[in-house]
Ligand binder design. Structure first.
Ligand code: GGG
Length: 341
């Protein structure tokens, strides 16, 4: 987006704790970027139950019009429901927000691992998540299609390497399972390596996804950027989030051409929804990613990041980090605002 255009934000709280962490993130965002105009829209399982659709056309249109979206969480059921689809997976695909950036960086909390600073870039529009599933043999066989294309792999790889150059990162690890899936993951590997060839200043290596999972647990500091298809990226980024200190601290940004969806990595957490205890950090940090990568306001993004770090370093935390001395979502958000300089 051009930095001088008045920023518009489509806000979709979604389900569960989305209703708590998104207002918290907006409170912080408005302190550093008061000129952002907000457009609240609906999506999610709760909306499906009351209105029969999980992603109204009107919401998609507003997201397109704004270019920037802040999404909370979705809680799709794990069983088929007639007419229902995952709103967030559909939104990312419809808007062609093709690269999902999920950083995991050490934060000053006891649950975070010193020295960790990695970024998982997850392809966001295809793989098994296209949702082409059917059953055969009277429901006794379930079949899902995995799709990998040259076009989608090329664009996510190019974005990854451009980002690596811009952010002074040194290495990209391409993660796949090309030995078992030579036609799909094999294509991802070949195309990603092809694009990588245009960036000799960045070191490129590759790992099978199972080996990557092993090393991510054993020695997370060896990773810089991980580039991987949709499903592996979904799983590995949650693992990475554990080293960042937990899912409550893990932000993300899905980027496409002229589109960005900021979204905490965590889900709707129905077990704690409505209690005012959810950790707003991931949502707050997601708005910082929006400021940095979409609205091109790195100083504003840094103000938020610094305020969150200071708040955590002072010992303020929500219950997901540890129970003793935990404060509410509202109090934590107020502390972050106090620490904005
Ligand atoms: N904020 C990310 C999120 O909601 N994650 C949970 C998830 O992947 N949900 C997909 C769905 O339930 O449709």
């Amino acid at each position: 987006m051009h930095p001088e255009t008045a920023p518009q934000l489509c806000v979709i709280e979604g389900d569960g704790i989305g209703h708590e962490v998104i207002p918290a993130a907006i409170t912080v965002l408005q302190r550093v970027a008061p000129d952002v105009t907000l457009h609240h829209r609906q999506a999610g399982w709760e909306h499906f139950q009351t209105h029969g659709t999980s992603l109204p056309t009107e919401t998609v249109q507003m997201a397109q019009q704004c270019g920037a979206v802040l999404f909370g969480a979705a809680s799709s059921p794990a069983y088929p429901v007639e007419g229902y689809f995952s709103p967030i997976v559909r939104l990312r695909r419809t808007l062609q927000a093709y690269a999902n950036l999920r950083p995991a960086t050490h934060l000053p909390v006891p649950t975070s691992r010193e020295g960790v600073d990695m970024l998982v870039v997850r392809e966001n529009t295809e793989d098994l998540y296209i949702g082409h599933e059917h059953t055969e043999d009277e429901g006794q066989v379930g079949i899902a299609e995995k799709v990998i294309t040259r076009t989608a792999t090329e664009r996510v790889t190019r974005l990854t390497y451009e980002l690596a150059v811009r952010s002074n990162r040194k290495k990209v690890t391409i993660v796949h399972k090309a030995n078992v899936l030579p036609q799909s993951d094999g294509l991802f590997r070949r195309v990603a390596l092809e694009v990588a060839g245009y960036y000799p200043e960045i070191t490129t290596d590759e790992l099978y996804v199972d080996t990557a999972a092993y090393w991510m647990v054993k020695e997370p500091t060896r990773f810089d950027i991980i580039l991987t298809p949709n499903l592996y990226g979904d799983i590995l980024s949650d693992m990475a989030a554990a080293w960042g200190g937990g899912l409550g601290l893990a932000p993300s940004l899905s980027l496409g051409d002229n589109i960005a969806i900021a979204e905490p990595v965590h889900g709707s957490a129905p077990d704690i929804a409505g209690q005012g205890i959810a950790n707003p950090t991931a949502a707050i940090m997601s708005t910082a990613m929006l400021l940095e990568h979409y609205w091109q306001r790195p100083e504003a993004a840094q103000r938020i990041t610094n305020a969150v770090r200071k708040t955590l370093a002072e010992g303020d935390h929500t219950v997901d980090i540890y129970t003793q001395g935990a404060i509410s979502t509202a109090k934590f958000t107020a502390r972050v605002c106090d620490n904005l300089h």
